[in-house]
Design a protein around this ligand. Structure first.
Ligand code: PAF
Length: 295
C-alpha cells in the first residue's frame, strides 16, 4: 500500500482514488506508521505552478497527496464551473512525474451529501478584494478545504501566492479552527513573459494571451515606483491602471488595490509591506495577480 511506501520518490505506482473512505484509510495507515502527510489541494488542469507546490510539499512529508476536485460551491452563477478545463489523464501524468503517492479525485456527489447545510466561512478577509466581486466564493473555498483537511489529515499543505487572498483566508481558517496543519505559501510561478501560471490561461486566445502579459508589466512598474520612493497607493494604482489599459484590445479592470498584508484593507500610504492585488478580465477570462511592495 502506498501509505507504507518506504522511501521518498521511489518508482512505486501512484494510487488514484475517488473514494473518501479509501483516502481516509490510506491517511490513517500512514499516520499510524509515523509518516508525515503533505497535501496539495487543486482543481486540476495542472501546470508548473502546481508542480512547484507538489515539490515543496514532497520535501516536507513522506506521503504526498494531491487532491483534484473542481469544487462547485466556489463558483458563482454565471461563472466558469461548467467549462473549467478538465483532463484527468494529463493531470495523472503530471502527478506521477512529481512522485505523488495518492491522487484523490472525489465526485461532487460524495463530497456534498444531498441537503448539505454546513459551511465553513471566514468573514473578515473574505469580504475584501475578490470577495466583493465573487460573493460566496471564499465560503466555498474554506468549506471544501476544511473537508479536504478532515479527509486527508495532512501535516502540511501548500498553496500558491498567486491566490494571495485565498492563502490568507485559509491561514486564518487554520488558526481559528485549530487545524494542526502547517500552511506553506509558495511563490507565484510565471511564464517567460511574466504571466502568472493559471489553469484559466487555457481560455485565452493568442491575442488575449499577449494582452494578458500587461498584468505582470504593471506589477513591475509598481515595484519600480516603490523602489523610487513612491509611497502613495493612489499614485501606484493609477500607474498600474495605465500600464494595463495601454493596448488596442480592451480589457476590463475589476480592481487594482493596495492593501495591508495582514487585514487586506486598503492603505493610503505604504508604511509597511503591502499587497498590490488586481483582477482583470481579458475577454471572458478573469485573471488575478499580485505583488508585495516593500517585501
Ligand atoms: O486554488 C484552488 O485551486 C482552489 O481554490 C482550491 C484551494 C483547490 C479549493 O478548491
Amino acid at each position: 500500500v502506498n501509505a507504507e511506501r518506504p522511501v521518498r520518490g521511489t518508482t512505486l505506482a501512484m494510487r488514484t482514488t475517488g473514494s473518501i473512505g479509501e483516502m481516509q484509510a490510506l491517511s490513517m495507515a500512514a499516520r499510524r506508521a509515523g509518516r508525515r502527510i503533505g497535501l496539495v489541494p487543486t482543481m486540476g488542469y495542472l501546470h508548473a505552478g502546481h508542480a512547484a507546490l507538489m515539490r515543496e510539499a514532497r520535501a516536507r512529508c513522506d506521503l504526498l497527496v494531491v487532491s483534484l476536485f473542481v469544487n462547485p460551491t466556489q463558483f458563482g452563477p454565471g461563472e466558469d464551473f461548467a467549462r473549467y478545463p478538465r483532463d484527468l489523464d494529463r493531470d495523472s501524468r503530471v502527478c506521477e512525474a512529481e512522485h505523488v503517492d495518492v491522487l484523490f479525485c472525489p465526485e461532487a456527489a460524495d463530497m456534498y451529501a444531498p441537503g448539505s447545510s454546513v459551511w465553513v466561512e471566514e468573514t473578515a478577509l473574505s469580504a475584501e478584494l475578490c470577495g466583493r466581486y465573487r460573493p460566496g466564493h471564499f465560503r466555498g473555498v474554506t468549506t471544501v478545504v476544511a473537508k479536504l483537511f478532515h479527509i486527508v489529515g495532512p501535516d502540511v499543505a501548500t498553496f500558491g501566492q498567486k491566490d494571495a487572498q485565498q492563502a490568507q483566508v485559509i491561514r486564518r481558517m487554520v488558526r481559528d479552527l485549530n487545524f494542526p496543519i502547517e500552511v506553506v505559501i509558495c511563490p507565484t510561478v510565471r511564464e517567460a513573459d511574466g504571466l502568472a501560471m493559471s489553469s484559466r490561461n487555457a481560455y485565452l486566445s493568442d491575442a488575449e494571451r499577449r494582452r494578458a502579459a500587461s498584468l505582470y508589466r504593471s506589477l513591475c512598474r509598481a515595484q519600480e515606483l516603490y523602489a523610487a520612493g513612491i509611497r502613495s497607493a493612489a499614485t501606484i494604482v493609477a500607474a498600474v491602471r495605465d500600464v494595463i489599459g495601454d493596448g488596442t484590445l480592451p480589457v476590463d479592470i475589476e480592481y487594482v488595490e493596495v492593501v495591508a498584508c495582514s487585514t487586506l484593507k486598503p492603505v493610503e500610504d505604504i508604511r509597511e509591506p503591502a499587497l498590490l492585488a488586481l483582477a482583470v478580465r481579458v475577454g471572458k477570462t478573469r485573471l488575478i495577480d499580485n505583488a508585495v511592495l516593500g517585501a
